[in-house]
Design a protein around this ligand. Structure first.
Ligand code: ZN
Length: 425
């Protein structure tokens, strides 16, 4: 499965927090990739924690024309042209009157900004600033038409439960509510699909909960229904977003900052030898706001490439399919895959041997002692034995500065040799 191809397929769909775009996106994921994806519908008006599920928004057309019939802005050209959740409109306006309903970015004069007004009734068009300046010069009136509908409907989300041997769970959460933008946000869902497919292909110690939700309201709705299960079972989790470009790496820790999810992410990124900016939880912006909130307190972090809010194309038409690359997506998948391998294999190994064991008689140590013979792998073997005193293997790996996967391989050898035994498997 090619993440980039799936992204191209999903890119044109006009998504919002509710509506046909979300359903179409979920239907594609279910029909073509994750047959076990369970799609839930929550009616508008449903009270969820401190929120209410909003009316469903649907949009069939929106454009700005003038008296000569010339089209200035057309939603059909780019779904970012319309402010998300715009109320229906059909009005003739002077350029000054229309300008109050236009959104643009003077610093990025060719970009269309992504603007929404989910919870207050408004309408607006988003345009390149260069076009807005020409519109201000127009003599005559504009005709703004928005053929939208806000009525009782439903909020939809997708949930894939992947059972493992244990009830302990990893939460992978991503959102599916942005219209045509790539790094934020289609990179997240396509990476989540790839990870889910990877998990489904192998035996699993842990269980996994993969969520495709509209951002913010989706995690609120989900918490309102599954809070107890999440609090009881989730041992680690990530919000998958902004993982598609290849310019940099970013890490957003959980609120607590030192959970298994945080430790695994830091470990993996360190051993990938990449430059990472570690952000503070104070700069959070996605569903970790809910997953990590005080009475929920889940261990959920986020590994990103260019983090939302920090790259110039963020929330504009410039966050397109040229910004995200197959390689950027693949590297992000690999980082997350390695974290999941840590969760699957982490554990506590202890030794029953008093003093350093004699490795030579077990074929684990060169029997000719000379300069250098205790380096490399032998050094790693001895270091692992020295620190397997009740700490988990991830802690041992961090202490001795060796990738978890290498430590795991050595622990397997030492287990075979009867020198280490896994506790509470
Ligand atoms: Zn966003």
């Amino acid at each position: 499965m090619q993440m980039y191809s799936l992204m191209k397929q999903l890119f044109p769909i006009c998504r919002s927090i509710t509506g046909a775009g979300v359903r179409e996106t979920l239907a594609i994921l279910q029909a073509e990739h994750l047959s076990g994806l369970n799609i839930t519908s929550v009616p508008s008006g449903t009270e969820c924690l401190d929120w209410t599920v909003p009316p469903e928004w649907s949009i069939s057309a929106a454009r700005i024309t003038d008296e000569s019939g010339k089209t200035w802005v057309d939603f059909a050209d780019n779904n970012l042209h319309l402010m998300g959740y715009s109320v229906p409109t059909d009005a003739w306006l002077t350029p000054a009157e229309l300008d109050a309903h236009l959104y643009s970015l003077p610093d990025l004069p060719d970009a269309i900004p992504y603007v929404t007004s989910y919870y207050a009734p408004r309408w607006g068009f988003c345009v390149p600033h260069s076009l807005r300046e020409r519109m201000r010069q127009h003599t005559g009136k504009f005709h703004a038409v928005i053929d939208s509908d806000l009525k009782d409907g439903a909020l939809n989300y997708g949930e894939l439960l992947i059972a493992g041997e244990s009830n302990s769970e990893v939460l992978l959460s991503t959102y599916i509510c942005h219209p045509s933008m790539a790094n934020d946000n289609l990179s997240g869902p396509v990476a989540a699909v790839k990870l889910a497919k990877w998990l489904l292909e192998r035996p699993r110690r842990l269980s996994y909960r993969v969520l495709f939700i509209p951002e913010t309201i989706g995690s609120i709705v989900y918490l309102s229904r599954h809070l107890d299960a999440l609090r009881e079972h989730v041992v680690a989790g990530y919000v998958l977003t902004c993982c598609g470009d290849e310019r940099t790496w970013s890490f957003l820790p959980s609120r607590r900052g030192d959970t298994l999810a945080d430790r695994a992410a830091r470990h993996v990124l360190k051993h990938m030898n990449v430059n990472v900016t570690e952000y503070s939880f104070l700069t959070r912006g996605s569903d970790e706001r809910n997953w990590c909130s005080p009475l929920v307190d889940l261990p959920v972090a986020s590994i990103m490439r260019s983090k939302y809010g920090t790259f110039p194309e963020y929330h504009t038409s410039m966050d397109d399919l040229s910004l995200v690359t197959p390689r950027g997506l693949m590297e992000s998948f690999e980082a997350y895959r390695r974290c999941l391998e840590i969760f699957e294999n982490n554990g506590v190994w202890t030794t029953a041997c008093v003093g350093e064991p004699q490795l030579g008689k077990r074929g684990l140590y060169p029997t000719v002692s000379q300069v250098g013979s205790a380096e490399g792998r032998v050094r790693n073997i001895k270091n692992i034995l020295s620190y397997c005193d009740g700490a988990d293997l991830l802690t041992v790996a961090d202490t001795i500065g060796v990738p978890f996967s290498e430590c795991l391989e050595i622990v397997g050898v030492l287990e075979q040799a009867g020198l280490l035994a896994r506790q509470n498997k």
